[in-house]
Design a binder for this molecule. Structure first.
Ligand code: ZN
Length: 375
């Protein structure tokens, strides 16, 4: 995996490369970032870069023998440990990472931002309690006492070390502190508070930030062939996680519509309890997401204004949206629809000028309710 395959995060990438070039490579590092962040992909790109035969200032070459093997996760000096649980065919003492290597490699090809649940579903876990066992720590010690085969560094990536039980964690303390020369431990965690302090204190912490909306948008456009507008909308709902962005691909449009439809109903009947819940949802969106949602609302009003044409015309609305626009257009007068549109524009304007989001949303909801029910 190359750094260029990860969208954005230029300062994190620079920091990692800088450490390698300056010979400040800590032998145990903890890549910590929230689920759906680049914690695993940065560790992979780092391992690839450090063993590349011909790296540039910003990335591994991608074509040397080492890079080619790293790219397919088959380099003999790149080892993985990850949480596992039993399946129909793997039980007992065999429930260790090495029994799942083929599944792991196919998982990594498509899921570098996946969760432990995604992984368990991928290999067909029978038991939901995946962990990194004591048996696994014995294997780690055995394999790391061997010298590297062909690379400069032997790299062990422990994905989600928070799933190590205490026996396993204690089992690797010594080797984590004094590994053989040119051996690297890259621990990739989503929840380092669950790690034993004895593990934490032996690692250098590298914090991986969440992705920005723009970075996620770029990823969706380049990797998932999503058109830019839709990618922007999905990114705004994804809270910095590529994993949730991918999950949102199918449901993004429906989500916005359902939220909008429910909101309009709540304004109409002045259901303040539900309006508070919708206010929470709105508040959770990124700033960009809030603006896009208001733009969506404005567009729906335009559609409602021309609802008579919608019946026959081809347009970009899906069926539930079309249905809503027609009903709304038939129920409210043109004058009311125009007033509602003005309210949306006004809210969008104030949002750009950093108004308090909760107050803005509630004021807007009350105004909309008044307009809808006025004589
Ligand atoms: Zn290379």
């Amino acid at each position: 995996m190359r750094f260029s395959e990860i969208p954005g995060l230029s300062s994190s990438k620079e920091q990692l490369i800088h450490a390698i070039k300056g010979n400040h490579v800590a032998h145990a590092q903890l890549f910590y970032g929230p689920q759906g962040s680049a914690n695993l992909s940065l560790a992979l790109a780092y391992a690839t870069y450090i063993n590349c035969k011909n790296p540039s200032d910003t990335d591994s070459c991608g074509i040397c023998e080492s890079c080619t093997k790293m790219d397919r996760f088959i380099h003999p000096d790149l080892q993985f440990v990850f949480p596992v649980s039993s399946t129909k065919s793997v039980t007992g003492k065999n429930v260790v990472s090495s029994s799942y290597l083929n599944e792991w490699r196919t998982f990594l090809l498509n899921n570098k931002y996946g969760s432990v649940e995604d992984w368990s579903a991928h290999y067909g876990a029978e038991n939901k309690q995946a962990n990194i066992s004591k048996e696994e720590s014995r294997n780690i010690i055995k394999s790391l006492t061997l010298k590297s085969f062909e690379a400069e560094y032997k790299v062990l990536i422990i994905w989600l070390p928070e799933y190590m039980n205490a026996f396993a964690a204690n089992g690797i303390l010594k080797i984590l502190e004094e590994p053989a020369e040119k051996t690297l431990f890259l621990l990739v965690s989503c929840d380092y508070e669950r790690l034993l302090t004895t593990i934490l204190s032996r690692c250098q912490l590298f914090k991986v930030p969440s992705f920005t909306d723009e970075e996620i948008e770029k990823y969706l456009v380049e990797n998932k062939n999503i058109e830019s507008d839709k990618a922007k909308k999905i990114a705004s709902l994804s809270e910095g996680s590529i994993r949730s962005a991918v999950e949102h691909i199918d449901s993004a449009e429906d989500d916005a519509h359902v939220m909008f439809r429910d909101w309009m109903r709540q304004c109409w009947i002045k259901d303040f309890t539900s309006l508070n819940t919708t206010n929470d949802l709105f508040n959770k969106l990124s700033k960009n997401g809030q603006k896009l949602f208001l733009q969506y609302a404005l567009n729906m009003m335009r559609q409602a204004l021309v609802s008579d044409y919608l019946l026959g015309e081809k347009n970009k609305l899906n069926e539930p949206e079309k249905d809503f626009a027609i009903k709304f257009g038939k129920t409210l007068s043109t004058q009311k629809l125009e007033k509602i549109s003005e309210e949306f524009s006004r809210a969008h304007y104030h949002l750009e000028r950093n108004a308090n989001v909760r107050i803005l949303f509630m004021d807007l909801s009350i105004s909309l309710g008044r307009i809808m029910t006025a004589a």
